[in-house]
Design a protein around this ligand. Structure first.
Ligand code: CU
Length: 140
């Protein structure tokens, strides 16, 4: 009987431990609402890293040019920036570095389009699965 309770306590302890380890609070979603600059372009800065894009939710207006300046924090892990939403006139697939890369397009349809890093190392989870994804929301 004593062993039984020891086992219960051990299980509770282990469950608590593993729950603590999994309990990394999800990052607060950063939303960026683009504005139209004097040059008529919606300029948006996006920074990425292992494994995030910030802001993770970008809102732009339809039929107005967008210029994303996308960079990643310095490090050894290569990252990319991908949006494949041809229905909205957006097709982007760029390798990133710590120097911002300017990506221009004009969204032609409203909706929510995912952006992400397509990199993946061997059998590990893809960078997208690890959190390198966000949403480009195109509004009227
Ligand atoms: Cu990546």
């Amino acid at each position: 009987m004593k062993n039984f309770w020891m086992l219960i306590l051990l299980c509770i302890g282990m469950a608590g431990f593993s729950m603590c380890r999994a309990d990394t609070t999800p990052p607060v979603e950063v939303i960026y609402q683009a504005t139209i600059s004097a040059d008529g372009v919606q300029h948006v800065r996006i920074e990425g890293g292992s494994y995030f894009f910030k802001p993770g939710h970008v809102i732009v207006k339809v039929n107005i040019p967008v210029e994303l300046a996308v960079s990643i924090e310095k490090g050894w892990i290569p990252h990319t920036f991908v949006i494949q939403s041809p229905a909205a006139g957006i097709s982007v697939d760029e390798s990133l570095s710590s120097d911002a890369k300017n990506i221009r397009f004009t969204p032609t349809a409203t909706g929510k389009y995912p952006f992400y890093c397509r990199n993946k190392l061997l059998f590990f989870a893809s960078h997208r699965e690890k959190g390198m994804e966000g949403v480009l929301e195109v509004v009227q």
